[in-house]
Ligand binder design. Structure first.
Ligand SMILES: Cc1cc2nc3c(=O)[nH]c(=O)nc-3n(C[C@H](O)[C@H](O)[C@H](O)COP(=O)(O)OP(=O)(O)OC[C@H]3O[C@@H](n4cnc5c(N)ncnc54)[C@H](O)[C@@H]3O)c2cc1C
Length: 486
């Protein structure tokens, strides 16, 4: 009898646990299905960039399935209803899928599982999208979920490394769905009501494999071996750029870790080893935030530590618009926002600087920034994004940046983009500004501004806020909120 493999955020064939198990279990057809779900597409957090990469990934997945003699079945509707219809059309004996840990997904999957069981059909779900599942790691003494990343990551490694040894191959052949089984065409972006104004990366399993291979190519100047330092330089491509692939699963997280663990068995210098170790710790942040939100779903609407919900935000719409558009007058922030608006991606260091600026310098509710990032990033991921924003706000407890440690955007810019290469790439108005003024162009003498054709207030904005004053204002707002909640 046929079985259904329900693809969700795992748009690949290699090391796909549900697909592998489905292919092993069924002597008949495996029906690969993807269901476009309006509750996700139109929840206000999904943007054109993520939707566009997802559609391109579906095209690539369909192509890869065709190479195996199969094809992707696409449906659009409420997932339970669509699966019920598919089961009745195909007489499938069960459904296989990889687990997802967000509240909406858990509720959806529980309903599907219950219905299947009621019908006497099989429901098989698999641990796949993270290295360590949220229920898989609790404190030793109290069996409670971890709140502190430092303690979490110490024990995470033991379990995660074990997963890196458990990869499964792509099926070499699949029995195709019956030829008369209906599938919708993969829609165009506009059909789903989105309009893409950004450039997005090319995607698909083959390209994800290529990105991983490149990042681990020792002959390249910027490989994982240089990651510990290179990841802090936004002007360089010193990070893997795999976030879009990990978001929608065109690469397996186990394969990523395995590549790193295998490299650690080779003779490496201390610096190279640190590069690989640091990258593995970033993969751990991904699992850490997944389990944090799983155990504390209230984080999706407010602060992990509710005392921070008492902050009196200024929420000035004009300042918010200036931040969105990269017109704050702080070059590093503006460069980051413009990178986001153009490329649907932003370097991690600049995500931190820009988030801190919005929250602390402008005193705008971090949830406004969180939503803007969600709608603009091609790697938009509720857990990593919410975690990143609450880290910057200091509202997620001891693993966050404490509220009183406020990033100075000028010092950050000098440290991480000393010659302004990144700034000049995304803020062309400042292209000719000498290095010594590039981080604070408003300090340029007026004659020089006129000479360079970069008059502050005319060609490039004057800073919308004074960092020193804004810092004091933020400290007061935070202190007041904490006192109020005592
Ligand atoms: C305010 C803010 C918002 C963010 N929003 C997102 C988001 O929506 N989606 C997203 O994938 N990442 C997000 N991040 C984390 C991080 O910025 C990106 O994962 C990273 O920049 C992606 O580039 P890369 O693939 O080259 O990463 P690499 O440096 O090569 O890291 C490898 C992988 O580890 C994971 N990772 C790295 N850093 C983090 C982190 N801090 N938290 C969780 N996972 C991490 C990602 O899957 C990444 O692809 C956010 C960070 C901040 C500060």
């Amino acid at each position: 009898m046929p079985v259904i493999c329900w693809f969700r955020r795992d748009l690949r064939l290699t090391d796909h646990r549900a697909l592998y198990a489905a292919a092993e279990a069924s002597a008949g057809a495996v029906i690969p299905v993807f269901i476009l779900d309006d509750a996700i597409l139109h929840d206000g957090y999904v943007g054109a960039a993520l939707t566009a990469v997802t559609l391109a990934m579906l095209e690539a997945l369909n192509h890869d399935l065709q190479q195996l003699g199969s094809r992707l079945i696409v449906r659009h509707g409420q997932p339970l209803a669509e699966l019920q219809r598919l089961v009745s059309e195909t007489h499938a004996s069960g459904v296989y899928w990889n687990r997802d840990y967000l509240p909406y997904a858990i509720k959806r999957d529980t309903a599907v599982k219950q219905w299947l069981r009621e019908q006497g059909l099989q429901a098989h779900s698999f641990h796949d999208s993270v290295l360590v599942e949220p229920e898989g790691l609790k404190t030793k003494t109290e069996q409670k979920p971890y709140l502190v990343y430092g303690s979490y990551v110490k024990r995470w490694s033991e379990l995660a490394y074990h997963q890196a040894e458990q990869l499964v191959p792509a099926p070499s052949k699949l029995v195709a769905p019956p030829s008369d089984l209906a599938s919708l065409p993969i829609p165009a972006l506009a059909d789903l009501g989105f309009d893409l104004q950004q450039t997005i990366p090319q995607v698909g399993e083959a390209l994800a494999q290529q990105r991983l291979a490149q990042f681990f190519d020792r002959r390249r100047e910027l490989s994982v071996l240089k990651y510990a330092e290179a990841r802090e330089v936004p002007a360089e491509a010193g990070t893997s750029q795999l976030s879009v692939d990990l978001r929608m699963g065109t690469i397996s997280i186990r394969q990523c870790l395995k590549q790193a663990v295998d490299l650690l068995t080779e003779p490496l210098t201390a610096e190279q080893r640190q590069g690989v170790d640091t990258w593995i710790k970033e993969l751990a942040w991904r699992d850490y935030y997944t389990q944090l939100i799983y155990h504390n779903p209230h984080m999706l609407n407010g602060s992990l530590d509710p005392r921070y919900d008492q902050i009196e935000w200024r929420n000035d719409p004009t300042e918010f618009a200036a931040w969105q558009q990269g017109q704050t007058g702080y070059p590093i922030v503006d460069a980051g926002q413009r990178q986001l608006n153009q490329m649907a991606w932003m370097h991690n260091r600049v995500r931190m600087i820009s988030a801190s600026f919005l929250i602390k310098d402008l005193l705008i509710d971090w949830r406004w920034g969180e939503r803007y990032f969600m709608r603009k990033l091609c790697d938009a991921d509720i857990t990593a994004n919410n975690g990143g924003w609450q880290w910057a706000a200091g509202s997620s407890g001891p693993s966050a940046q404490p509220y009183f440690r406020i990033f100075n955007p000028i010092a950050q810019s000098k440290k991480h983009d000393p010659h302004g290469q990144y700034i000049r790439r995304f803020v062309p108005e400042l292209a000719n500004v000498p290095d010594r003024y590039i981080h604070e162009p408003w300090t340029m003498p007026p004659a020089l501004q006129a000479h360079l054709g970069c008059v502050i207030g005319r060609d490039y904005p004057a800073p919308i806020v004074d960092h020193g004053l804004a810092r004091e204002r933020a400290l007061n707002a935070y202190r007041t909120a904490l006192q109020t909640s005592e």
